[in-house]
Write a new protein. Sequence first.
Length: 175
Amino acid sequence: MEKEISIKRLDQVKDIFIFSSFTGLAYADVKKISKNDIVIGLDGDRWIKTKRTKTNTRSNIPLLNTAKVILEKYKEHPDLVQSQLLLPVLSNQKMNAYLKEIADLCGINKNLTFHLARHTFATTVTLTNGVPIESVSKMLGHKPLKTTQHYARILDRKVSEDMQELKNKFKIANS
């Protein structure tokens, strides 16, 4: 996220990947997101309210500041001026190819694909930060909670680290 990228096409792909990481939207949903999908929620802040392309399930997602900044950056993009779309999303194939270039530039040895952004939202952005799994499931547009629970399994490592930290605190307190 912090990496400065001077190549415009790669910077654009990075931004859209980060947007998805902070909204949980899948590629098809980011590609079609439009001005009509941004509404004012119960809390008075901007939300994305859209139907998922894959499941036709409604997703309601409060916009985190990082996502707002990215939307603001692209609101005058020449490819979007004549449309209702909010982001200049390339084909999935190109996005994934450019993500591989970005991974190389950043020294990331993981196979970076666009779907990883959705996974990042589910684990790193929400569940790891204490957002209840039911809320995460709703934002992801999952029908059965079981679909979201597969993301939670990855968090066993986090639970282990947290408990190790707790054990260390008890050791210090008992010393």
